[in-house]
Design a binder for this molecule. Sequence first.
Ligand SMILES: [Zn+2]
Length: 324
Amino acid sequence: MIRRLLLVLVLFDLTAFCQAPKLDRQVAVTIDDLPAGMADRLPAADITAMTTKLLTTLRDQKIPVVGFVNENKLYKPGEVDERIKALQMWLDYGFELGNHTFSHMSLNQRELKDWEDDVIQGESVTRMLLAQHKMRLRYFRHPYLDTGRDLETRRKADEFLIQRGYRIAPITLDGWDWAFAGIYEDARKRNDTDMQQKIVKDYLAHHEASFAYSEQQSVKVVGYEPRQILLLHASNLEADHIGELLDLLRKRGYRFVTLQDALSDPAYSLPDTYVGEEGTGWIDHWAITQGKVIQGAPVFPQWVIERSKQLQLSTGQVSAETSN
Ligand SMILES: [Zn+2]
């Protein structure tokens, strides 16, 4: 009898062991480079169509999103009104807008004063649109994630942003979607469906690998998986395929929270003295601050970089900043 009871207990334990642990992961979605990463290459009608498709999916799936704007992309002669309307749609659909500087300016490449001016210049239309929805401009995202090459610049810039009423929007999940988006745009224009499928397959695979890596790093650096913040970019790739990416996140146990909710995680108050030439995510910031060695990040598919070079797409820059 006792032996049978033990067997039952062992079996019970095994069942508990075999069941996957119930994960409660949380993620806030942010989308940069509005109204479109490739706004200089796309006519306003295409930007509107892209925005409509992207926002419809996000609204239907009830995903809270903050979109970060580069207002210089609005000023194309003859298209200003339509481009502002595309931006307005984000608010009409129930999303929020933040500032990503006027011209997608890197804090690491320019003087602090110039950069501050670019932040201010990037506020006018966005602030006006937000006011119409009784909302306030409250989030800032650094272009290229460049937060300053030295600690003094970084601290001064942080202070400047706080004084202007901003909360800095860090990121912890990043699969470099913008690098896939450029070559996808080309394949889409040429109706090359084979190439589009190939790109989407690797875009999803690389994101999945990046998510797994960030989750592991989180535990090593933070001690647990904080509410993550995902970085994406406004593009036809996301408009066409963000649904598959959201499914992938759900499969990993994520539910979607607001940026405000994510930022309430204590991880975002961890010491952060990261400075460097290259912008990077906040898990790296915290790791480097703690003196931890970062290794094992998934390798970005080389063929995507080669293809971008062939098409003369920038591989290190999202926007047309170089034209300024
Ligand atoms: Zn950007």
